[in-house]
Design a protein around this ligand. Structure first.
Ligand code: ADP
Ligand code: MG
Length: 578
């Protein structure tokens, strides 16, 4: 029920109202323009509201109304391909109504309420249905079948079920108690959608990015953070993950980053092709865009909105990947709102609840058995933008404690144009061991030991490099000089991967494995040659070794690799040795 109060004070995105009888997180219409806001604090007779739209010009004395409902999204066919703002208003509707993306007081449905969808029932009269059960399907895009589910808190016996073309607000199913079900359901964004139980992740998210899959894999249903300074590759990495990961659905949240970066995503994504199906990538993607010029309070809404959309598709039994770029901008919004509330600041001015909020967000990821017994997953990947790239700051540190994979971007690497600029020495994946069986069965029996060997070598390289800097590499024993050469190959051939090269941009596991084993093959043969008395300077001169880096860019990867490997055998044979 609507209760009408009055604005008492306006401080940026935070508005205080009096005369309201509100609950926490109630949605409010603020001021004459009915701006959208959410109750975030109630003190005495005062209700404090964070407003998701610009509050410029809003004055004390203007009306303020609570709706008695909390911020919720519309869930149903038509979500895929959509581009929304932080409160699920389609950007194209904002554009039509106001000529810009930051129109005020515009209400717009998240779903098109007029479009007809062909509903195919899969339950019949007399069937008992409960929350999460699929009552019918709609072909939402060419490749994604949208499952129409009973809302989590409803159950009963089907009295009537329809078949044919309907809008998302038409009743398609009636239960014997009179409950009417539509294809659309609403869900409050702050409340996680329920599942039967969470399961342990056992499969990797296959990303086609060698350093991610090969050295620091994230599990499907896992959590990962990509921290890095400006320009180090957070957005490119998340875009690569969106394009190439083997999930059925992608939710991409652009949160508080500059408009032009988001524009790249907005203009580029619709052009992209889904490598799994050849269809437009947007057909399995939902974009939620809250750029830096949009109101800060809506950043938080954008994160929850995106997560709720992801949960909804997980509930259909899909694997969903969710990108948030950048969680730091969300944290900064929390800091701003908190300081307006004059709360006791925690570290660096962030509120004390920063870590709890981040944890709640990542906890909504996971592999789950859905209410109806299907298996779905959400893999959550958050970019973190620490000022100056300093990982000791609170957002990075708090995120580190929560997520299980840390892909640490490094400004030194990006300056050297080593991309992806992920530092292999301080990145890690806590899923690695748990996924070993999968790698052994699905990639190669020796993939895991080979990966560990490469990691050890890179570790040794970093230690040797300190010596090299002091005395030069000539002072090292020949064996170590060769080791440095192998590590250079691991870095330049395996780890470096050009997101913008048509072939190199995606590397299937088989190719990853062949690249790594070719490097190791050269390395082992080189060490043998050294032992049999051939000087390292001779071994390093080998032509085939210098041809190996080019192979990953070739259309005919296997053909060129085999040619290089054959040449390598010949060259080693020609070196002779004892
Ligand atoms: N994997 C990659 N391959 C090639 N270039 C990359 C890669 N990752 C990053 N870059 C380069 O770095 C630039 C900055 O990356 P970006 O993702 O926008 O940084 P951030 O989001 O961290 O500020 C890109 O425009 C691109 O030129
Ligand atoms: Mg970026």
């Amino acid at each position: 029920m609507e209760v009408k109060g009055e604005i008492y004070r306006v401080a940026g995105p935070v508005v205080t109202a009096i005369g309201l009888d509100a609950k926490m997180y109630d949605l409010c219409k603020v001021g004459n323009e009915e701006l959208m806001g959410e109750v975030i604090q109630i003190v005495g007779g005062k209700t404090i509201i964070q407003v998701y739209e610009e509050t410029g010009g809003v004055r004390p004395g203007e009306p303020c109304v609570t709706t008695g409902m909390s911020l919720a999204v519309e869930l149903g066919p038509g979500l895929l391909s959509s581009i929304y703002d932080g409160v699920q208003r389609p950007l194209h509707v904002l554009l039509e109504k106001t000529g810009g993306f930051i129109g005020r007081g515009v209400t717009a449905d998240g779903l098109d309420h007029e479009k007809l969808w062909e509903f195919k029932p899969i339950v019949k009269k007399g069937d008992h249905v409960a929350g999460g059960d699929v009552i019918g399907v709609v072909q939402e895009t060419v490749n994604i079948e949208h499952k129409i589910m009973v809302p989590p808190d409803i159950s009963g016996t089907v009295a009537d079920i329809k078949s044919g073309n309907f809008t998302v607000v038409d009743t398609v199913c009636t239960l014997t108690d009179g409950t009417e079900l539509q294809m659309m359901q609403r869900w409050p964004v702050r409340r996680p959608r329920p599942v039967k139980k969470k399961l342990t992740p056992t499969r990797p998210l296959v990303t086609g990015q060698r350093i991610l899959d090969g050295l620091f894999p994230v599990a499907k249903g896992g959590t990962a953070a990509i921290p890095g300074p400006f320009g180090s590759g957070k957005t490119v990495t998340q875009q690569q993950l969106s394009k190439w990961s083997d999930t059925e659905i992608v939710v991409y949240i652009g949160c508080g980053e500059r408009g032009n970066e988001m524009a790249d995503v907005l203009w580029e994504f619709p052009e992209l092709e889904d490598p799994q199906t050849g269809r437009p990538l947007m057909e399995r993607t939902i974009l939620v865009a809250n750029t830096s010029n949009m109101p800060v309070a809506a950043r938080e809404a954008s994160v929850y909105t995106g997560m709720t959309l992801a949960e909804y598709y997980r509930d259909m039994g899909y694997d969903v990947s969710l990108m948030a770029d950048s969680t730091s901008r969300w944290a900064e919004a929390m800091r701003e709102i908190s300081s307006r509330l004059e709360e006791m600041p925690g570290e660096e001015g962030y509120p004390a609840y920063l870590s709890a909020r981040l944890a709640e967000f990542y906890e909504r990821a996971g592999v789950a058995e859905t209410l109806s017994g299907m298996e779905g997953s959400i893999t959550a990947i958050g970019a973190v933008s620490p000022p100056g790239g300093d990982f000791s700051e609170p957002v990075t540190q708090n995120t580190l404690r929560i997520v299980k994979v840390f892909w640490a971007l490094d400004a030194k690497l990006s300056q050297r144009r080593h991309f992806p600029a992920i530092n292999w020495l301080n990145s890690y994946s806590l899923y690695k061991e748990g996924l070993n069986d999968w790698f052994t069965e699905n990639v190669a029996p020796d993939f895991v030991p080979m990966r560990e060997r490469a990691m050890d070598m890179l570790q040794t390289e970093s230690e040797l490099q300190e010596i090299v800097q002091l005395v030069g590499s000539d002072a090292l024993p020949e064996e170590q000089q060769l080791l440095l050469e192998i590590c250079r190959m691991i870095r330049e051939i395996f780890l470096q991967q050009n997101a913008f090269h048509p072939i190199d941009t995606y590397s299937p596991f088989e190719k990853q494995y062949k690249i790594m084993s070719s490097i190791m093959k050269w390395g082992d043969a080189a060490m043998d040659a050294l032992k049999s008395g051939i000087p390292s300077s001779e071994i390093i001169k080998m032509e085939s070794k210098d041809e190996l880096p080019k192979v990953k860019f070739e259309e005919d990867f296997d053909g060129s690799l085999n040619a290089v490997l054959a040449k390598m055998d010949k060259e080693f044979a020609a070196l002779g040795g004892k």
